[in-house]
Design a protein around this ligand. Sequence first.
Ligand SMILES: Nc1ncnc2c1ncn2[C@@H]1O[C@H](COP(=O)(O)OP(=O)(O)OP(=O)(O)O)[C@@H](O)[C@H]1O
Length: 261
Amino acid sequence: MPAAPSPVIDLNAVTQTFVSSDGSPVTALQDVDLRLRRHEFVSLIGPSGCGKSTILRLIAGLLRPTSGEVRIFDLPVTEPRDEIGMVFQKPTLLPWLSVLDNITFPMKHKYGRVDEKDLVRARELLAMIGLQDFGHKRPDELSGGMQQRVSIARSLLHDPEILLMDEPFSALDALTRDEMSFELLRIWNERPKTVVFVTHSIQEALLLSDRIVVMSARPGRVADIIDVPLARPRTLATLADPRFTQMANDIRVQVFSRKPE
Ligand SMILES: Nc1ncnc2c1ncn2[C@@H]1O[C@H](COP(=O)(O)OP(=O)(O)OP(=O)(O)O)[C@@H](O)[C@H]1O
């Protein structure tokens, strides 16, 4: 039998301790093991403060683990890398730049210039997110959902293999949130990526993911990893599937019955 391909993202016995402002240690993560296959969509859910964002920062190379190891494509993570795109809760667009310039900003920042091919790609991405007529607008002329679309487009400019998303839709209203979930699925379908998606919404995690990682309260540990067997492409009909409702209920019970350790 051929050997299984190495995971794209590999967290091996990762413990992360911070020093809080009063000098006391805070163990955010304890012995976290997590492996993601290529083009897998995995969500992290768990109580506030259980270390979900810390996991993203470790994968992004913005943080070095106190102990254990984080590997990307079989190499230890030592610094931020180009294969990774990040999307945060807030759009974090630069208000004085146009939408198009915001999308190309990472290239400008890194290389001091924007190539024609980056501009072409930025326009393609704008079209992909349905904002082809908004390239010249300033961010404050766009709705919150549109701004978040722009920041997703920005994270995709260099076509990263890995996309890290930290509650990207939590600041949006419920309708826009559902719309954005389907939009993200469409983008992921068109340009497959390995995605780690942090959310507090069980429904969002179920709709989007291949697997859901349930974390325990601080110090964050992997309490369970749940396979989501719902067929793809996921559509509005998925939300009405009785298995969806059943799984959402089961996960809710699991998350809420977990007491802090
Ligand atoms: N730089 C830091 N210095 C000190 N403590 C930190 C630091 N970063 C995170 N922490 C602490 O580590 C723990 C985990 O934080 P993290 O932001 O990863 O949690 P989270 O699960 O993403 O929370 P939320 O769901 O509320 O966003 C928290 O107790 C937080 O206060």
